[in-house]
Design a protein around this ligand. Structure first.
Ligand code: NI
Ligand code: MN
Length: 224
């Protein structure tokens, strides 16, 4: 299975299916691809902030790929003409042999445009394809990450480390202790000056906890 970081919180997971998460490409100075370059089967969105919802609508319509989101955000996207799968925290469904579960995150979630529209809650996802991957979304560390680790045993955890809006390297280290993944890929850093971090320093500190940290550049992949 191949996991490609497309910058910020955007990942493409290619196993039995091609699953795209949080496609913020247009307007992302670090995005390695354009939304037109992608061909995907399903899109997962963790919350309605622009740096996560991003190009989801465009890619969904072009690829005929449904968007998975929390119920309130799915209704918002349905009204914009998207095919959606509106679920909620704790729920799972089978997408043609790939199990998708929605899990908790600690973050705000309203959609901020000309007006502020309710976006439900921010969430994370567990993707059980050939390998189990946990995408934490935008979140602080929270104790229930221990439950997420125990229930789903993710081999790979995609964790934000940028700080300011999410966990920082300091709190992400605590998240790793709770989740106990084999591999961590840091995300949601260096896109903007306010979330600048040193991923190599994070890698060194995290690997002293016995986890492997893979620091990708936008566009790079990990085979697992
Ligand atoms: Ni956010
Ligand atoms: Mn964000």
């Amino acid at each position: 299975m191949k996991i490609t970081w497309l910058g910020h919180a955007c990942f493409l997971i290619e196993g039995k299916k091609r699953i795209l998460i949080d496609p913020f490409l247009t307007g992302n100075p670090k995005a390695p691809v354009k939304p037109e370059d992608l061909d995907v089967d399903l899109i997962l969105v963790t919350h309605g902030h622009g740096d996560h919802l991003g190009d989801a609508e465009l890619i969904s319509k072009r690829c005929n790929a449904s968007i998975v989101a929390i119920y309130e955000l799915s209704v918002y996207l349905s009204k914009r003409g998207c095919e959606t799968i509106g679920m909620n925290i704790g729920g799972s469904f089978d997408f043609e042999g790939v199990k998708i579960s929605m899990v908790k995150a600690e973050h705000s979630a309203d959609i901020v445009g000309d007006e502020i529209v309710s976006g439900g809650k921010a969430v994370g996802y567990i993707v059980e394809d050939e390998v189990t991957v946990y995408h934490a979304g935008d979140t602080d560390v929270f104790m229930d990450m221990k439950l997420i680790g125990e229930i789903y045993s993710p081999k790979v955890a995609l964790l934000p480390i940028g700080g300011f809006y999410t966990m920082s390297p300091r709190t992400a280290l605590k998240a790793i202790e709770l989740i106990k993944p084999e591999i961590v890929i840091p995300m949601h850093y260096d896109t903007f000056p306010v979330i600048r971090q040193n991923p190599e320093e994070f890698k060194r500190d995290a690997e002293s906890l016995g986890v492997k940290v893979v620091v990708l550049k936008p566009g790079e992949s990990l085979e697992v």
